[in-house]
Design a protein around this ligand. Sequence first.
Ligand SMILES: [Zn+2]
Length: 298
Amino acid sequence: MSDMDPYRVLGIDNSASDAEIKRAYRRLARQHHPDRNPGDSASEDRFKSIQSAFDEIGSPEKRQQYDEQQRFRGMGFGSGGMGMEDILRQMMGNTQFSSHPQSSQPKGIDIELGIDIDTEIAEKGGKIPFVLSRLRRCKRCEGRPSNSGLSCPVCAGRGVQRRESTVTVNIPKGVEQGHKLRLRKMGNEHPTGLPGDLTLIVRIDPGEDRRWESNRLIQTVAVPYTTLLLGGEVKLTTPTGRKIRLSIDAGSLPGDRRRIPREGIGGSPFDIELILEEPGPLSDEMYEALERLRDMGL
Ligand SMILES: [Zn+2]
């Protein structure tokens, strides 16, 4: 594991959907690709860190593992060297580490998991299936590995084993980015005690050219250089699919932002961020005009 936060390397929020991660990776990998930046060692380093960031969180399984490790690290458990199973074993043996300290019964560890939905489900609600991997009570020894006097060969004496199942969750209508859905007793099972809980954190995939920043939706809009300088108008499609025109003030800069009320997901506001449009192939005439501008000092 590298020391760099892979979310930060990819320029995305850690509440981003898996699809957003893929899009950010593709965009940055293209931008910093060695073929495009020959001999630029800074760009090459950046390309490598983008690759390793994507290795860490690019697939849902790896991302879940990374997020889990970060969560446990935040709870005061050692650094990256420790595997999830080691952490669990340590916690299983420690009944004080229970999410319900008032009850004397030991409890399995809670799970926190992101669930990706699209904007339509966020607006209208619906059922979403997902694969849940968690510790279940061992099928062979039913959590009592030493009953027979011998260690259970299935769970190696742990009393629990990791199993996957498909679970369907009901997403309520009008759900917001970052909303937490609690599914009681759907967390890791304990060899003898109660199961932990499962918390699903809703991640709404905002779609192409949009991203979340601390639960605020940002949409990038590519504007030609001349429009930034001279002012004008650009067309854009809002997150709810409405086509609108946005007037650009003369002297605008890439990175400038504007807030658009009510046109975001669920009638919330969203922010426009201006970016510079990549010009297409230039004609001879355009080259000549640009050369003239350069000669005039622009
Ligand atoms: Zn067993």
